[in-house]
Design a protein around this ligand. Structure first.
Ligand SMILES: [Mg+2]
Length: 370
């Protein structure tokens, strides 16, 4: 089996409801899909996290990466990964790794389809039929009681809240969340790195008092010393990983004990091949895995679900409660959606590959470059 063709699809759309995090309100989102066809008629689909300028990702893949894939064996994922990574001299990071992620996911889709098995079986780990999920997220400034009621009605028993206002305002919201969600509901807090270390420590104290499970990205992801200091002083676990591109990038936070939860996004973090390395490292160091989905689409949700099904250290998959056509309409049979939650879990697809079928006419309608 050989790779014959690589096709890119830069996509963009307006959200029904803006996503409000500490970093601002997002009205438009974008991703880039990658389709890889083989000489024996198989087709794999991948997705790149491409928050801005998805056309630039398509161009990068078309011009730089796709020529290196033609006539290669799709099973040689690590060899191909290392080859694509070598297109950049020096330290890892940036859109090259998000582009590699899209290609790598498509190759795993092909590999599993070629063997007629769901992707998680190829990873050789646990084979969960259902994966725990958490609701993401109550937005910054959103009415807490109304959001909790809506989310609980969907069947969730784990809820994340975005914070970004002053520590005193957000402390009150965390208390309100606990009061409304009840004692048995798991809670998480995500700051999208808006705070300094002192504010973050104060917030961690409030979160501890309300039995919050983790404080996510409290400070700038580049402030590694800050993470270690905060972890040593905070009484709750820190979570991070969505801002990291490779296992090597995140290794220090895992091995130093700075984080209790690692959250790579498979469409940013080099795809399935690299995410599995990070998951394995985290497992060795007792760090739990909670895959990020965020603004990404149906392919990200499916690939994250397979990783979560296989990983020994899975805690829960991020399940978005804000609508997006990228998650809901790109696949004819989307997975990991909030209305599919039962008893706090979603079903793992059992069809070959990622187990989703792409709605190609819909992909064409969402093209950013039409
Ligand atoms: Mg986050």
């Amino acid at each position: 089996m050989k790779i014959r063709k690589v096709t890119t699809y830069p996509l963009s759309l307006s959200l029904e409801r803006p996503q409000v995090t500490s970093q601002g309100a997002y009205n438009r989102v974008s991703i880039c899909l990658v389709r890889i066809d083989t000489d024996d008629g198989l087709c794999g689909i991948g997705e790149c996290l491409a928050r801005f300028g998805p056309g630039a990702y398509a161009r990068l893949i078309d011009d730089l990466l796709a020529p290196a894939l033609i006539d290669r064996d799709p099973h040689a994922v690590k060899e191909i990964w290392d080859d694509l990574r070598s297109k950049l001299n020096g330290r890892s990071g940036g859109i090259l790794f998000e582009a590699i992620a899209g290609i790598d996911i498509a190759l795993w889709d092909i590999r599993a389809k070629a063997l007629g098995v769901p992707m998680h079986r190829l990873l050789g780990g646990i084979q969960r039929r259902r994966v725990p999920v958490y609701a993401s997220s109550i937005m910054v400034g959103e009415d807490v009681p109304a959001a909790v009621s809506r989310i609980r009605d969907l069947g969730f028993d784990k809820i994340k809240i975005k914070v970004g206002d002053t520590v005193s305002v957000e402390s009150a919201r965390i208390a309100e969340l606990r009061a409304n969600a009840g004692p048995e509901c798991e809670l998480m807090v995500d700051a999208n790195y808006i705070y300094d270390e002192h504010e973050a420590l104060q917030l961690a104290e409030t979160a501890f008092e309300h039995c919050v499970r983790w404080l996510e990205e409290p400070i700038n992801p580049e402030n590694r010393d800050g993470y270690r200091r905060l972890a040593a002083r905070s009484r709750i676990a820190l979570a991070a990983g969505e801002s990291e591109f490779t296992a090597h990038d995140i290794a220090d936070l895992i091995t130093s004990g700075a984080i209790g939860y690692v959250q790579p996004d498979v469409t940013r973090h080099g795809g399935v091949t690299e995410c599995w390395r990070t998951i394995t490292l985290a497992d060795i160091f007792g760090v739990r895995f909670a895959p990020h989905v965020g603004f990404s689409g149906a392919v990200c949700a499916a690939a994250g679900l397979h990783l979560a099904a296989a990983a020994p250290n899975t805690y829960a998959l991020e399940c978005m409660v804000t609508p997006s056509a990228f998650r809901e309409t790109i696949a004819l049979d989307p997975v990991g959606l909030c209305h599919q939650v039962e008893n706090g879990t979603v079903e793992v697809p059992q069809g070959p590959g990622l187990g989703i079928e792409i709605d190609w006419p819909q992909v064409e309608r969402l093209r950013a470059d039409r």
